[in-house]
Design a protein around this ligand. Structure first.
Ligand code: ATP
Length: 192
């Protein structure tokens, strides 16, 4: 899976819609301090499902919406789209947040849960917490990671993180079914 395009509107400093085409090979983003390079990576992580406002350098999630400048009024929403090349098809993942209304996701135009977006990226061995996305303040954390954390990084890189989520779901269903069976046994016993 390859990211082909990032489209950003109203997210942090990107007040006007901006398209970033990501070609095969290496893409470099250069610019003066404070021009929005880190905001680009944060837009990517946010759309992949990042839910920690702090890790996006904000106090609350609405802080990702353009807050206004001396010359431009604030925006009411932010929307970021990631266009993916998934082998034989293209897929588009969109996350949108509106002031006072929270955020929502779409995949290929259909409303989906955050979990669906998480699974889509986890199966492609990436995601909001992928060790491949290293922000400036995380370099030290990667070096100092404990063995268990390092194992989680390797599992993500190997593309099996999505399987852990599915196993958790399956275990929950199994426990619910076992509880139902016990209850059923009691009902049958009551009727005898
Ligand atoms: P450096 O090279 O110093 O790391 P950078 O190019 O990575 O900088 P960013 O940190 O991505 O820059 O962008 C910082 C800019 O984004 C600041 O000017 C800040 O005011 C602006 N910014 C952040 N959040 C918002 C927001 N919600 N609304 C408007 N502007 C914002």
């Amino acid at each position: 899976m390859q990211i082909k395009r990032l489209r950003i509107a109203g997210f942090k400093s990107f007040v006007d819609p901006a398209d970033l085409a990501i070609e095969r090979g290496l893409t470099g983003v250069v610019g003066p301090n404070g021009c929005g390079k880190s905001n680009l990576l944060e837009a990517l992580r946010w759309t992949m499902g990042e839910n920690s406002a702090k890790s996006l350098r904000g106090a609350g999630m609405e802080d990702v919406i353009f807050a206004g400048t001396a010359t431009r009024p604030p925006r009411d929403f932010a929307e970021v789209s990631i266009l993916l090349d998934a082998g034989d098809e293209e897929r588009e993942v969109v996350r949108r947040i509106e002031r006072g209304a929270g955020s929502a996701y779409r995949i290929d135009g259909r409303d989906v849960r955050a979990k669906d977006v998480g699974l889509l990226f986890a199966d492609a061995a990436t995601g909001a917490h992928s060790p491949a996305l290293v922000s400036q303040n995380r370099i030290g954390a990667v070096i100092a990671a404990r063995p268990a954390e390092r194992r989680a990084m390797l599992e993500e890189a190997a593309g099996i993180a999505g399987l852990h989520v599915r196993r958790k779901d399956a275990e929950q269903k199994l426990r619910a079914t076992e509880a139902n069976l016990v209850r059923l046994g009691e009902l049958i016993a009551d009727q005898d």
